[in-house]
Write a protein that binds this ligand. Structure first.
Ligand code: ATP
Length: 884
């Protein structure tokens, strides 16, 4: 069907819908069944059994399985079966971890899925784009990805960028009239909007004519490549490090085997022990555990209303040293209320709070009403040049649309204007607001066919475009003194942290060219609105916490410089020496000049999205890791360029969400702080379990190596080594990944992006603790063996238990960068539980008779335990008192 050739009415008829009503629930349900969801067919998923098998594809595990098979064939059934079971359980754990990580990532995808604005049952609402059906009426505006293929039925300067489809990156103007031509390519169908393309300007309404694979995008979807998993910097560093560790572990293991054989141990025994040791000591699972820790952290962040779109952001978050944040909506409530008007050179005060329409106007305590000259027309124009609507739910008033626009509706209602007052005006054309133009205009026609333009926007943008102004005697030429008076009034309002907005009109004739660049010139200035937008309560504290954590907060706003300064001061964001820069000043600076003063700048006012990009670059040049927020379509480049792009879940556009790595579900600055805190914590937790695992591995290898060097028998048998790898290294390490932050995570300076895995003394801690764990295990083994050389199993049980206990005690030391005594061991209940479970499993393999031959163990006495207790506490106690 060539939808572009049909008139809107025909489209409506064919799809059984009208553009001003939308579908009803029954139709939606039917169509959803008929056409399915509006999604491009998902890539084929790897089957679960393959993921399971992948757990065993590691080279050393294969060698171990082969060696076990040989052991089985040689008659060592018990050993063979025990090893097989351990390998199997290990594989299952890996499999479940992977599934869990995947599920939480899927949940993330769902949370950050694009939304569509649809008209159903005559009401506008936001739904996930994949629920859109054919016939749905959708509203699109700048920054949106079009949710499906639509036939445009209304366009207000609507422009889209279709390079994803056509390769053409210049925006295309869209209109609603039918095109009577045949065989048009997608790029020439200018009354159609295509799924996945981007709205770069304006607003529009369309009727969905194709969804899912039945869209132009669907036809080329098969050409799109598979998305490969991208490793985070830490995962990459760890997998590189892993390669080195594999070589080291293999060399040491080989040394153990060679020494053992030279000492006269049977080759086969040494080989199996060597392979087990290699499997245990090679931290092949480390990158996987890191992924699990990251994705668990991501789930915690979701609970704090931060959605991480890229796993790597979790790490980068902990490195952030500057947060550049929007003001409106992020630092403030975005709940605008008009508090003052400036009209006829007079200050008028408005009472009332929020969007409640109760309130009055006063001049010097004297009530004024709609009879006050120009008042009615100013407030009416504010209603007409407006894209929001005021809705009442259960007696409470809400705004659908831009809060700035909403405040004007409420202000108009306070003198008794209603929707019916708008109805005698016809909107001929609309130029929507964008933060680059900082204004919005409409061309209107009244019931007498008279045309005029209403423009509202930033006062310093409208004033230079005005040649006249209104006062009690009517329209006057705008003289320099009038201009100065108005500027004075703007300053006065802004100094009180009020957001200022000017409104102006211009009479037009029917012949006037509505596309002309002169249209918004020679305006008649009517008055000013001053509205408050209170700062969010929690922001001041969050800024202070960031400062303590070595993170600078910078406010970036399109608002007036004085308003910005007043709000920054009320939030304690602007120190005494701090600079406030304006967009025009940035224009006059070279990049190096900007870099020179950037460290001292805290507020950037009247900026456009292009300035944001320069600000990000300047901070980065100074070595900062920058988090940058944005919501509008033009913010995407700055968000992309920053180290951590932050977009808004409620007020943000699809494009900024796509460009960002963090989405704030509540649009709140304080959430960025929580995310950074969580990011730092996750990184520290990862360091904790790397420290724990590697120190344990060092201990395991060393005890074997030392024993061979001292011509002793094997202190640990293969199943014991594998058991340690599974139980002692498994559960507690996972629990460390869930540890609570140390008290000082938000008082430290941000970590450097370049920081290596072993930075800040981690390498030393691993080696020193590892060596001691190896030594005490060896002492336990050696002394017992020398006392009773006939009873090797007894000595091995002592060694095994000492090793396990030393690790289970050491795990508590890993929780702190400082001393073990600086933390309450019962704070992390997962860890306590993990340690107790490991202990229980240890007791079972030692004391339960059926398992004794499997694990080559024997029962221990109280005296043995006391000896083991002293030995195994040594590594932790010796180092526990020091910070090193
Ligand atoms: P932020 O702090 O998030 O950058 P902002 O609201 O301060 O946002 P913009 O939205 O770019 O910045 O607004 C800049 C100026 O444009 C405002 O100070 C106001 O004067 C004017 N303005 C804002 N919203 C509208 C609107 N809906 N219609 C007309 N003018 C507007």
């Amino acid at each position: 069907m060539n939808w572009y050739q049909l008139d809107v009415e025909n489209v409506e008829q064919k799809l059984h819908v009208t553009a001003n009503r939308g579908l009803n629930d029954r139709q939606v349900e039917k169509r959803r069944k008929q056409y399915g969801t509006n999604a491009l067919e998902a890539q084929k998923k790897v089957p679960k059994w393959l993921i399971f098998l992948k757990q065993f594809q590691d080279f050393m595990v294969l060698v171990l399985l082969a060696a076990t098979l040989v052991a089985g064939l040689l008659g060592e059934y018990i050993d063979a079966i025990a090893i097989m079971v351990i390998v199997l359980v290990n594989g299952c754990i890996g499999f479940f971890q992977e599934q869990k990580a995947e599920k939480s990532l899927d949940k993330l995808k769902e949370l950050s899925a694009p939304m569509a604005h649809v008209l159903r049952n005559e009401k506008w609402s936001k739904i996930p784009s994949q629920h859109v059906v054919v016939g749905d009426v959708v509203r699109i505006s700048s920054g949106d990805r079009i949710p499906a293929d639509v036939r445009i039925v209304k366009s207000n300067s609507l422009e889209t960028e279709e390079s994803a489809l056509t390769g053409e990156s210049l925006p295309v103007m869209k209109h609603a009239t039918a095109i009577r031509k045949d065989k048009l390519d997608a790029q020439d169908q200018v009354n159609m909007g295509f799924m996945g393309t981007l709205v770069t300007r304006g607003t529009g309404v369309g009727i969905v004519v194709g969804t899912g694979m039945n869209t132009v995008m669907g036809q080329i979807a098969s050409l799109m490549g598979n998305t490969k998993k991208i490793l985070t910097p830490l995962e990459r560093k760890l997998s590189e490090l892993g390669k080195i560790l594999i070589v080291v572990a293999l060399l040491l293991t080989a040394l153990v085997v060679v020494l053992g054989v030279l000492q006269g141990h049977p080759v086969y025994t040494m080989f199996l022990a060597g392979v087990s040791l290699a499997v245990a000591a090679i931290p092949e699972g480390l990158p996987a555990i890191v992924t699990v820790a990251l994705s668990l952290g991501v789930q915690r962040m979701i609970r704090k209303k931060a959605i991480v779109r890229k796993l790597s952001a979790v790490e980068t978050l902990g490195c952030a040293s500057v947060i550049c944040s929007d003001k409106t909506g992020t630092m403030t409530e975005n709940q605008m209320t008009v508090k003052e008007l400036y009209l006829n050179e007079k200050q008028i005060y408005v009472t009332g709070d929020g969007y409640d329409i109760r309130g009055d106007y006063f001049i010097d305590k004297q009530k004024v009403d709609h009879t006050f000259p120009n008042m009615q027309s100013m407030l009416l124009y504010g209603m007409l040049c407006n894209q929001a609507s005021l809705i009442v739910k259960k007696g409470k008033y809400f705004i659908d649309g831009d809060p700035t626009d909403g405040a004007l509706l409420v202000a108009a209602r306070k003198i008794g204007l209603t929707v019916s007052d708008e109805e005698s005006y016809k909107v001929i054309k609309e130029f929507p607001f964008d933060s680059e133009r900082k204004r919005m205009s409409v061309v209107l026609e009244d019931s007498n066919d008279r045309r005029f333009l209403v423009t509202k926007g930033a006062p310093d943008v409208l004033l230079p475009r005005s040649s006249f102004h209104m006062n009690e005697s009517g329209r006057q030429l705008l003289k320099t003194t009038d201009q100065r008076n108005i500027e004075h009034a703007i300053d006065h309002m802004a100094a009180k942290a009020l957001r200022t907005l000017a409104i102006a009109v211009k009479p037009l004739s029917k012949q006037d060219d509505l596309e002309s660049s002169m249209l918004e010139k020679d305006l008649t200035f009517i008055g000013l609105y001053g509205m408050i937008d209170p700062p969010r309560k929690e922001v001041k504290k969050a800024i202070a916490e960031c400062r303590n954590a070595g993170i600078k907060t910078v406010m970036i706003t399109g608002d007036h410089v004085k308003t910005a300064r007043a709000i920054a001061q009320s939030l304690d964001l602007l120190p005494n020496h701090g600079q406030v820069l304006e967009g025009y000043q940035i224009n006059e600076m070279s990049d190096t000049e900007l870099e020179d003063i950037i460290e001292d700048s805290y507020v950037f006012a009247r900026v456009t999205p292009e300035h944001k990009l320069r600000i990000v670059h300047a901070f980065q040049e100074k070595g900062h890791v920058v988090a940058m927020t944005g919501d509008g379509v033009n913010d995407a480049p700055a968000i992309k360029a920053s180290n951590i792009g932050v977009s808004m879940g409620m007020g943000g556009t699809d494009v900024t969400k796509e460009a960002s790595s963090l989405i704030l579900m509540d649009d709140n600055f304080a959430t960025i702080k929580s995310a950074i805190q969580e990011g730092r914590n996750i990184y520290e937790n990862i360091r904790k379990f790397i420290r724990y695992l590697l120190a344990s591995n060092v201990g395991e290898i060393l005890v074997m190596l030392f024993a061979m060097m001292l011509s002793l028998p094997l202190p640990l048998v293969p199943v014991q080594i594998l058991w340690v790898n599974l139980v002692t290294d498994g559960l507690p390490a996972m629990a460390l990944g869930l540890d609570k932050p140390e008290g000082n995570v938000m008082t430290r300076r941000p970590r450097s992006l370049q920081e290596g895995v072993f930075a800040r003394g981690l390498g030393y801690k691993i080696i020193s603790r590892g060596i001691l764990i190896g030594i005490v295990t060896l002492i336990g083994f050696m002394t017992t063996y020398q006392n009773d050389p006939e009873n090797l199993i007894y000595a091995q049980t002592i060694a095994f238990t000492t090793l396990v206990m030393a690790q289970l005690i050491h795990v508590f030391d890993c929780r702190s960068e400082n001393s073990i005594f600086s933390r309450n061991p019962f704070e992390n209940l997962y860890l306590v539980f993990a340690v107790l479970s490991s202990l229980l499993l240890l007791l079972i393999v030692i004391y339960w008779e059926p398992l004794q031959p499997v694990f080559h163990t024997t029962s221990l006495s109280i005296r043995d335990w006391m000896y083991i207790g002293v030995l195994s506490a040594l590594p932790t106690v010796l180092f526990g008192f020091t910070k090193k």
